[in-house]
Write a protein that binds this ligand. Sequence first.
Ligand SMILES: [Fe+2]
Length: 409
Amino acid sequence: MCIGAVAYAQEKIYSIVTCPAEDPSQSMNISWAAEEEGSYVLYAPANDKNWKKVRKAIPQECLCTTYDSIYSKTADGKNIYERVRFTKCDATLTHLKAGTEYKYRIYIKGKAESEEYRFKTAGKDKWSAYVISDFHVYTPLPKRLDAAMAMMDRLNEYDDKGEWTLHLGDVTAWGGSYSFWKAMYEKDHFKKYMWAGVNGNHDNMTRVNGQSHEFFRDANFYPRNGYAGQEGVCYHFTYGGVLFIMLNNEAMHTVEGQEAAKAWVEKVVKENPARYVVVCEHYQWFMGANGKASHYARWSELFDRLGVDLALAGNNHIYVRTAPVYAGKETDGTKGTVYLQTPSSDNERGVSCPPEFSHNTDIIKYRWAEGGQTVGGVHMDVNKKRMVLTLLDRNGNVLDKATVLAKKK
Ligand SMILES: [Fe+2]
């Protein structure tokens, strides 16, 4: 066993990621790590060639020790305690114009220390996004991340107008290993879009039994509008008429935890009227192998009552998608919730999906996985009348399509 530092020192700024603010038509949150204090963001509309309309955002800074001295592994397989201390920077870009592409860079003392990053603000009723999960970044096996990013390439080829990416958790193998987050954020797909995610069980853990949602919280800068103790982990934002409510399953292992989450979902839905309501969590709605109800059983009553249009999850590594369901029965789509869970995308930790299944055969309309080596992703296309979710395989083939009708004005 060796004890050592992962060398970040040559880079002054790293782990840059664009996250939604509560209203991403006007504001955007940027998270990064810095080796020194005093960094800031300069941003401008993407078409402002000479940066004439540039604005500056100064971050909130704090010393982040969340990942310090956690037992981990280096990319070349050595056992290590990662010595990680950095200045965590959270900046909110404000005064943004809706439906507009922006660019930004991070600076220290007048010198650009990052590449140019881009994102689009919400604002249009018609938009599209990419959905992916469960790629379990683990630097000793870099092909996991490569497989997921290749899936992002396929989604991008299917529709190059995708405005942002939604992930449904388990993006890292051990969220306590900072080097895994850092490796992920170096990929180009993190430089082009806003990313919004949920905390997965793997993101919540360390190599040896550690558990904390601070790993997920401090690797991002999500809105602090979650319920007590879950600020920056559970959050909500409204993108182009769709209210997204992001849950943390790791805070729901007790009855009290479950009830607190439910009360918050109810409150958020009531206070944030939107054309569509989408609830996201990491744990699956159904067991893909046999169709048995999993978290569907805990949530469906509330989703019926609140008029949740779409429920998204990951974790099971088997894609499962239902018909619109209300009171346990398939509807004609004018009522009810479509439940969808994404497949894994790392070409390594997948599971097999037997052709026959025994439970919920009346409401489950499609199941899919490629066995141990599964790679899939979902495209989300939204307009005023309906949302369409399309499952693509690693070759960009369309395997399934689900339509979610607009039910609210
Ligand atoms: Fe997973």
